[in-house]
Design a protein. Structure first.
Length: 369
């Protein structure tokens, strides 16, 4: 289960500053290209108001949120797919993540050098996405060469697999060779399964993260408008954030101070919280809860998981010895206030192995091993 989002973009667009704010952990940030060589990895809590609300009705000794991982990958430059900068290494790092947070510089500041010499979000996005497409293009061409041999193989299974892949590889070759993302082909689930082992970067879901100055947080500047127009054309999401401001917020000591800071800016939540949740959703991750006196805890599962699979997130023994699940939805707890009232109103269900767990379910698993 992929639990990580890779933060990518050109050098000096604010990736490392954003990473510092997300994780409240130091990542080298400097005004020159390639200050990030090895990818920094940070594990962050996923903001979920439901978790806190559950504890208002079930008083636990401790509360444990679910998490998602962010990876700060060094800046790509034009020619990265051909090894420019430290391109090959960076591209390899991107292949390992589940989704992409593409940071785009949407602010003017003469003190921060832009690698291309000017601010142009459309050009910057095209640079990154073209390089990623060309990197995938090389991967596909290599696979096409191998596939030609498999098509003639005496191994029937290998030949059938190659035959299924061939038309998809040809489609990918045409699109990627033109510098376009593989995701624009709109492959269905069956087709995605066939090409899954290619680990194509441009098949990953992505969100554009517009890094703006503080003055543009509540008003959309022209740069952000450009990015939103591009996103509309390729089905990507957009989150607007001020990495510098979020870095300052992350240094505040208490939740109350952070809330007051945001309130003074006319904001209900930080851009970081929105970005973290967006990344979590991009990975097709959902949350269920376990709740009792010892702890109330959020657990991450993949959309579509059955009850045994969801139980296996806690421990493999739970999945192996699954008997049943006692399930109600957290919204029922918020409505009826107690688990006893939930039972009395017929909202507590006993579910078996075929039950598909829903986001927001509160589960108690019975198992025997």
């Amino acid at each position: 289960m992929s639990l990580n989002c890779g933060i990518v973009g050109l050098p000096n667009v604010g990736k490392s500053t954003l990473f510092q704010a997300i994780t409240s952990a130091p990542a080298e940030a400097a005004n020159y290209p390639f200050c990030t060589i090895e990818p920094n990895v940070g594990i962050v809590e996923v903001p979920d108001s439901r978790l806190k609300k559950i504890t208002e009705y079930i008083k636990p000794q401790k509360t444990i949120p679910t998490i998602v991982e962010f990876v700060d990958i060094a800046g790509l430059v034009r020619g990265a797919s051909k090894g420019e900068g430290l391109g090959n290494k960076f591209l390899g790092n991107i292949r390992q993540v589940g989704a992409i947070v593409h940071v785009v510089r949407c602010f003017d500041d003469d003190n921060i050098v832009h690698v291309e010499g000017s601010i142009d979000p459309a050009r910057d996005i095209d640079t990154i996405e073209t390089e990623l497409a060309y990197a995938d293009y090389e991967t596909v061409l290599t696979r096409i060469d191998k596939n030609q041999k498999h098509l003639k193989s005496q191994d029937k299974k290998a030949a059938e697999k190659a035959k299924a892949q061939q038309p998809l590889l040809e489609k990918l070759s045409d699109v990627l060779g033109a510098g376009k993302a593989a995701r624009t082909l709109g492959f269905d689930e069956e087709e995605l399964e066939i090409v899954k082992d290619l680990h194509l970067i441009t098949l990953k879901k992505q969100v554009y993260c517009c890094n703006v100055d503080e003055d543009s947080i509540n008003s959309e500047n022209e740069y952000v408008k450009q990015v939103k127009e591009i996103a509309k054309g390729n089905g990507s999401e957009v989150v607007v954030i001020s990495a510098q401001m979020e870095a300052e917020i992350s240094k505040l000591d208490s939740a109350e101070e952070k809330a007051e800071f945001l309130s003074d800016l006319g904001l209900e939540e930080s851009g970081l919280d929105k970005l973290i949740r967006t990344g979590y959703n991009l990975l097709n991750l959902k949350t269920y809860f376990t709740a009792g006196e010892k702890e109330v805890r959020a657990w991450t599962f993949k959309e579509g998981y059955t009850a045994p699979q969801a139980a296996g997130v806690i421990h493999t023994d739970f999945e192996r010895g699954f008997i049943k699940a006692e399930v109600y939805h957290c919204e029922d707890l918020f409505k009826f206030k107690t688990e006893q009232a939930i039972k009395e109103n017929g909202k507590l269900k006993i579910e078996g192995k075929e039950y598909i767990v829903k986001d927001g379910d509160v589960c108690h698993f019975r198992f025997n091993v």
